[in-house]
Design a protein around this ligand. Structure first.
Ligand SMILES: [Zn+2]
Length: 259
């Protein structure tokens, strides 16, 4: 099993080696580690060097915060080009939703769109998939930008969108991941029914804390096992077959970055 979206740089670096050992001993083959900003992108690249066979690195700038300065964005773009060989994707990128109102008091919506377009153009140029934060109303806007930039390889992480928009996303061949919420939230269980199993990924978005049966647990890729049990029940696909399929989907999308 591979965690298709985790903020690995936000875990305790001192404990990480032991944590990864225990994850691997429990059947976790790897993670797609996404960055939050320039500083975090450097940290993800460092983690890729320390755990080259376990970490797939995606670097980028998370949209639920101030947009990067021009200097930081230029440095991030240069970093992607310079470290292209180490990378499996560009992310986490997208448009703000949860902090949108507050962010628009200081920035213009087009500032976020401009940053996203520059990173999509880079992804196209470097032939890298994008790990997207594009939820609710923003999902449709990001989808139209993917079309504008002729992006073929994209992953909508923890997607929440209307039935129509989800259908359009999957019709374009893009991937969609579900989080531990799929075990306890009807909205996410319904979403699964809209995603062809060939385009389904699983993620924790760790260390983000989840609720339901996971309320008392730290979020780590160890939750993937229970998630795949829930998915196996929802989709009525035998668990081994489902895990093999989802792993192969993740390998297919995030296929670069092997040193
Ligand atoms: Zn995330």
């Amino acid at each position: 099993m591979i965690d298709a979206h985790i903020h690995l740089d936000q875990y305790n670096h001192v404990l990480l080696k032991d944590m990864i050992d225990s994850w691997q001993n429990n059947g976790i083959e790897g993670v797609v580690a996404v960055a939050s900003n320039l500083q975090s992108s450097y940290e993800i690249l460092k983690l890729k060097q320390i755990f080259p066979n376990f970490v797939r690195a995606a670097i980028g700038h998370h949209p639920e915060g101030p947009p990067p300065s021009e200097k930081d964005l230029a440095e991030l773009i240069d970093l992607v080009k310079k470290e292209r060989r180490m990378l499996s994707g560009i992310g986490e990128i997208g448009l703000p939703t949860y902090r949108k109102k507050e962010l628009l008091e200081c920035y213009k919506e087009e500032d976020f769109v401009t940053v996203l377009e520059q990173l999509l153009s880079l992804a196209k140029h470097e032939s890298l998939p994008v790990a997207l934060h594009a939820v609710h109303e923003e999902a449709e806007k990001v989808l139209s930008l993917l079309k504008k930039w002729h992006i073929k390889k994209a992953h909508f992480h923890w997607l929440k969108a209307s039935h129509e928009v989800v259908s359009e996303i999957v019709a374009h061949g893009f991937y969609v991941s579900v989080t531990p919420e799929v075990c306890y939230r009807e909205r996410d269980q319904k979403l699964v029914g809209l995603i062809p199993v060939d385009q389904l990924l699983i993620e924790t978005d760790g260390p983000w804390k989840h609720n339901g049966p996971f309320a008392a647990r730290e979020t780590s890729p160890l939750l993937l096992k229970e998630m795949s049990e829930c998915l196996s029940n929802i989709l009525t696909i035998p668990i081994d077959q489902l895990n093999a399929k989802i792993t192969s989907n993740t390998n297919h999308l995030y296929n670069g970055g092997y040193l």
